[in-house]
Ligand binder design. Structure first.
Ligand SMILES: NC(=O)c1ccc[n+]([C@@H]2O[C@H](COP(=O)([O-])OP(=O)(O)OC[C@H]3O[C@@H](n4cnc5c(N)ncnc54)[C@H](O)[C@@H]3O)[C@@H](O)[C@H]2O)c1
Length: 265
């Protein structure tokens, strides 16, 4: 029997096929879970994602979920419960990388958006599922933070770092508070993963160093002991581990999945 057979998982920010959310969904379904993918908008793209996931041989569905809107999150949970009668795993993956590496150039709206999605989106997700998990007396929440949530990394906007640190803190506090209800809360901290968000980071490395995109990738690779950026599936594998019974004694941890890259200061 696969590790997650019989478990139902909801993944936020999983609307496009090249993102980490979809990579997580692929690994969850391969491990036997039923997976509901969600995103801010674009139901067509979500439906295409469902078709891809079903081709892997499992059960999948999609629903819209704007993590910055409590009503939208409630509706997503209702959808999952109507469809599958239970939820075992919430993956708070939705995130935005806005801002500027120059602290003084970060706008109020950058601060607001990163706070609204990176931190408060996960807060809303936890507020939505925790009453149900408590009633069920089980559940696993996995927050996709960042290596930038463990230390300050050159070139990363302060608003991104601050919200990802806060997400790690949230994971630890909730792990403590809900352990008695058999609910585990952990964070996964990716380093560099090949997605649209990563393409923007590379562009910024290229611009600030006055080099080509390939040279920017080489600069980044030199800072990763394993020498390359991960595929989204590598983050999915960590999520599968933390969601499964093999991690039943692990809670309140922030797991770097970063090819050995150090979090910095
Ligand atoms: N790519 C990397 O190198 C990297 C490294 C560390 C951490 N991360 C984190 O991993 C997660 C996924 O990143 P990614 O690289 O796949 O980025 P991405 O931009 O490809 O995907 C992010 C997804 O979040 C969705 N989203 C944004 N606002 C939302 C909202 N209000 N409600 C619901 N969904 C919303 C977007 O529509 C998008 O589908 C993020 O939390 C990001 O901070 C990424």
């Amino acid at each position: 029997m696969a590790a997650l057979t019989g478990k139902v998982a909801l993944v936020t920010g999983a609307g496009h096929r090249k993102g980490i959310g979809h990579g997580i969904a692929r690994q969850l379904i391969k491990a036997g879970a039923t997976v509901v993918i969600s995103d801010l908008a674009d139901m067509q793209s979500l439906q295409n994602g469902v078709t891809d996931l079903q081709a892997l041989g499992g059960e999948a569905a999609a629903t819209l979920c704007d993590v910055s809107d409590k009503v939208s999150f409630d509706q997503a949970l209702d959808f999952v419960l109507k469809q599958y009668k239970k939820l075992d795993v919430l993956v708070n993956n939705a995130g935005v990388a806005v801002g500027n590496e120059d602290f003084l150039a970060i706008t109020d709206s950058d601060w607001q958006l990163s706070n609204q999605v990176n931190l408060m989106g996960a807060v809303t997700g936890c507020q939505t599922v925790l009453p149900f998990f408590k009633q069920q007396n089980s559940g696993s929440i996995i927050n996709i933070a960042s290596l930038a949530g463990l230390g300050a990394i050159n070139g990363i906007p302060a608003n991104y770092t601050a919200t990802k640190f806060a997400l790690v803190g949230l994971s630890k506090q909730l792990a403590l508070q809900y352990a008695a209800d058999n609910i585990r809360v952990n964070a996964v901290c990716p380093g560099s993963v090949v997605t649209q968000m990563h393409a923007l980071t590379l562009q910024s490395i290229a611009e600030s160093n006055g080099v080509s995109l390939q040279q920017a990738q080489d600069i980044e690779n030199a800072s990763i002991p394993l020498g390359y950026s991960a595929n989204p599936e590598a983050i999915g594998d960590a999520v599968v581990f933390l969601a499964g019974d093999g991690a039943s004694y692990i809670t309140g941890q922030a797991l770097p999945v970063a090819g050995g890259m150090a979090p910095g200061l």
